[in-house]
Design a protein around this ligand. Structure first.
Ligand code: NAG
Ligand code: NAG
Ligand code: NAG
Length: 352
């Protein structure tokens, strides 16, 4: 019970400190900017523009997502140095953001869990202006910067992945390095979205915060939620503690479907974009919006045990035994009760 309250109390602080619960946006009503001091815009239109300053990102499906990355290349464009001014780079045309150049992403693994969805993968993110030397996990982007603004300032994330309706995602976290990325969004209606999208482990990188599949290839899978970042049964690790615990075992992916590639079909040279029709008038359409060749694994219905044999599944670690799993469901129940109490308190405070 105490641990549940400790999990819940930071949420109360969050709700007080941030603007995110006082304004909810949709793509149709989002203003030009949503936070003071914002370098770019949230009204991004739909034009193709590789110099776009769009700071609205989407996380919809395996072939339709965005990353935060620096607006300019250069030695001083590390994620840490540009986190306040990063812009959205997206897989598909139509968002008004920059396009992630086809070929930049060599692996992307979309993972759907009861409480969050994430994409993890690899690629050459120097094509998105992340400096080659930005090693050590790069840096982390989230809606909770030190001054209460987001990193990037005014960064907004929308998704229709939780039930089909487009909605603003209040809790999200994205790590970017020159060769690896991970972006998790937490279901606003899910359990403990602030916990499953925890942003305080910003020096720990993708592998620790979002253990999962970082191999080449493209697939979409389902899995259990696992434990929130930093929570190990009843104890919570704090960044900087003397002993750093091993990453959680990655939740086992099931019901996977794979695609051969993702991309938009545009040819991008610096800030120039060549449309597919102009560049390859007679060729069959390159994997354009919507993706191609979705091959569902036979018999990959619900509860299928086999993860995609082509992509190495995450390795199990010794601490993934049955104990933590049952503890976890117990913990969830208690956490929900804790949350219910906290939200009643907030409700009461509002009424008073
Ligand atoms: C592209 O976006 C930049 C930054 O918002 C803007 O200055 C420029 O005019 C846009 N270019 C086009 C062709 O729309
Ligand atoms: C990009 O997407 C927008 C919005 O969907 C569309 O109007 C435009 O025609 C697309 N551009 C190209 C070159 O396909
Ligand atoms: C990434 O792309 C750049 C630009 O094309 C290239 O110079 C560099 O070698 C690539 N890096 C890797 C690791 O492939």
């Amino acid at each position: 019970m105490f641990s549940a309250l400790f999990l819940a109390l930071p949420l109360l602080g969050t709700a007080k400190a941030d603007r995110i619960y006082s304004a909810t946006y949709l793509p149709s009503n989002i203003p030009d900017h949503t936070e003071e001091g914002q370098s770019g815009t949230n009204q991004c239109g739909t034009a193709l523009n590789q110099s776009s300053q769009c700071q609205t990102a989407y996380m919809n499906s395996l072939d339709d997502w965005c990353l935060w990355a620096p607006p300019q290349p250069g030695a001083h464009s590390s994620i840490g140095e540009t986190e306040r001014i990063e812009v959205a780079w997206c897989t598909k045309n139509g968002t008004g953001a920059r396009l992630i150049p086809d070929g930049a992403i060599t692996g992307a693994h979309w993972l759907i869990t009861p409480d969050y969805i994430q994409v993890t993968g690899t690629g050459n993110l120097t094509l998105l202006n992340v400096p080659e030397h930005d090693i050590g996990g790069g840096g982390e982007l989230d809606p909770h910067g030190a001054d209460g603004n987001g990193n990037p300032v005014g960064g907004i994330v929308f998704s229709k992945a939780f039930g089909g309706q487009i909605e603003e995602i209040f809790e999200w976290t994205n790590f970017m390095g020159p060769g690896e990325f991970c972006f998790r969004i937490c279901d606003p209606k899910g359990k403990n979205p602030a916990g499953f999208c925890q942003h305080v482990y910003d020096e720990m990188g993708c592998d620790w915060n979002m253990p999962g599949n970082y191999a080449p290839g493209f697939d979409s899978c389902h899995a259990d939620s696992g434990e929130p970042m930093g929570v190990y049964g009843g104890s919570t690790f704090h960044q900087g503690d003397a002993a750093t615990p091993a990453p959680h075992a990655a939740p086992k992916p099931t019901s996977c479907s794979t695609v051969s590639s993702i991309g938009n079909g545009f040819i991008i040279q610096g800030t120039n974009i060549i449309t597919p029709s102009a560049s390859a008038p007679t060729s069959t359409p390159v994997t354009s919006a919507g993706g191609s060749a979705v091959t569902s694994k036979p018999g990959s219905g619900s509860g299928g045990s086999g993860s995609n044999s082509g992509s190495p599944g995450p390795t199990s670690s010794p601490n993934s035994a049955a104990g933590p799993a049952s503890l976890q469901s117990w913990e969830r129940t208690v956490t929900s009760v804790g949350l219910a109490i906290v939200f009643s308190l907030i409700g009461a405070a509002v009424v008073l």
